[in-house]
Write a protein that binds this ligand. Structure first.
Ligand code: ADP
Length: 426
């Protein structure tokens, strides 16, 4: 205003009143154009994407723009930091091994990671904004969310993926928001079931002989004199047989547990396989008592790096099974040979009862028997092949089983080439 009057005064003084008014009008017009142009620039800038620098200008507008620019940059940097923090947070949630779902009010999905998509059968793109209770409709899950008592997690057996067992944990946070953590505990559940079965099996295996032994003792205590000496002796022999059975079971259990306690072989030595197999052959002869034809094919004089006691136990278990599951008159062969790749194979072949194919994958499970009666009759504990498998695994070996019912079986222990040495090399 002051400047306009000054221009008017100067015009009046030099050129007269008309010129003074014209000069004042011209000045006001120029000033308005300047302001309008800068307001236009400001409006154009406001329409640009966030982060676009504020334009430059002259005079007071330059000062105003610089100040807006400074504030806009601070706001932009803060926003960028927030965006980065959010993206890091999502990356971390994405990388979690558990399924993660963020819910807003009414159980609406805000975000979920890939694992949650897989576990719960939801789709991050398609289902965001929808209530999870309409998508995962298992009643247990829906009730758990609705009841809102989240102190204990929910155990959920998936109906979509057979065998998948999850624990669902809900963590409320913020304003009516919740985080769902879905953890795969299939393996843990399987181990727990195995543990329960194992305890039940051991108890059952011990209970039967124990009942027999205590029955005989009771009979003898109550009225031993009523029985002739010969019968009393028979009772005692039967009780002895049952205690030996318990002893074998406990020995096998201890062997298994010591094998499981350490996953690698500590005392490695160079084992003379030919000598070991000859010994196993002699033990099989003793067990057979001449009822079978037993042949030992000792193969190359290769040595095996491993634990002699464990390898002997594995090979002897296979040979004793062959004797026990081969009827009288059958033949058994113990064979040691090297494969083309240098690995060692110890096979036990028999012409025994054989095994139906559906049992083969389960034979190395603890207490799995094809014919419970026959196993017990022949002094089996149901743990022999589990022990063999453990021993071979500790030596990085595998057990291969081929069998034909009524014709016979071949059990082969494969041991890796790096454990096999020919004498010249050792
Ligand atoms: P067991 O003490 O019952 O013999 P194992 O673990 O050694 O237990 O063997 C598991 C089951 O595998 C046996 O009960 C038997 O049914 C079967 N089996 C093992 N070896 C033979 C074999 N050579 N011929 C036929 N069946 C066998």
């Amino acid at each position: 205003m002051g400047l306009t009057l000054a221009i008017g005064g100067a015009g009046w003084f030099f050129f007269g009143p008309l010129a003074a008014v014209s000069m004042m009008l011209l000045f006001v017009l120029a000033l308005s154009t300047h302001h309008l142009r800068n307001i236009g620039k400001l409006l154009d800038w406001a329409a640009e994407p966030i982060g676009t620098p504020v334009p430059r200008a002259l005079g007071v507008w330059d000062y105003a723009f610089a100040s807006i620019n400074r504030r806009a940059r601070i706001a932009y940097d803060q926003r960028e930091r927030l965006v980065q923090a959010l993206s890091r947070f999502r990356e971390a949630s994405q990388a979690m091994p558990d399924g993660v779902v963020y819910l807003s009010d009414h159980f609406t999905i805000e975000w979920c990671n890939h694992t949650a998509e897989r576990f719960l059968g939801i789709d991050a793109e398609r289902d965001t904004g929808h209530a999870i209770t309409n998508l995962v409709r298992q009643p247990d899950f829906v009730n758990y969310l609705r009841q809102g008592a989240f102190e204990d997690p929910l155990l959920l057996r998936s109906l979509r993926q057979e065998g998948l067992v999850l624990t669902i944990q809900v963590i409320p946070f913020g304003n009516d928001q919740q985080m769902i953590l879905a953890r795969d505990i299939t393996q843990l559940e399987r181990l727990e079931t195995m543990r329960r079965d194992f305890v039940a099996n051991v108890s059952h295996e011990l209970k039967t002989p124990l009942t027999v032994v205590s029955g005989f003792i009771e009979t003898l205590i109550d009225g031993g004199d009523d029985y002739p000496l010969e019968q009393r002796e028979r009772f005692l022999n039967m009780a002895m047989e049952q205690s030996l059975r318990m002893q074998r079971l406990i020995d096998d259990l201890l062997t298994l547990s010591s094998l499981q306690a350490a996953s690698v072989v500590v005392n490695e030595e160079e084992v003379d396989v030919q000598a070991m197999i000859a010994g196993v052959g002699r033990e099989a002869e003793a067990l057979s008592g001449g009822r079978h034809q037993i042949e030992v094919l000792p193969g190359p004089a290769a040595k095996l790096l491993g634990c002699s006691k464990e390898l002997h136990s594995a090979f002897a278990n296979l040979a004793s099974n062959a004797v026990r599951y081969t009827p009288e008159g059958g033949s058994i062969r113990l064979i040691w040979q090297l494969a083309a790749d240098g690995s060692g194979c110890f096979s036990v072949e028999d012409t025994g009862i054989g095994i139906e194919p559906q049992h083969l994958p389960r034979l190395t499970e603890r207490f799995y028997r094809v014919d419970r009666g026959r196993s017990r009759e022949t002094g089996g504990t149901g743990l022999g092949l589990a022990i063999v498998k453990h021993i071979l695994t500790r030596h990085q070996g595998v057990l291969e089983i081929a069998s034909e019912p009524g014709k016979g079986s071949r059990f082969t222990a494969h041991l890796p080439a790096r454990r096999v040495f020919l004498p010249a090399q050792s």
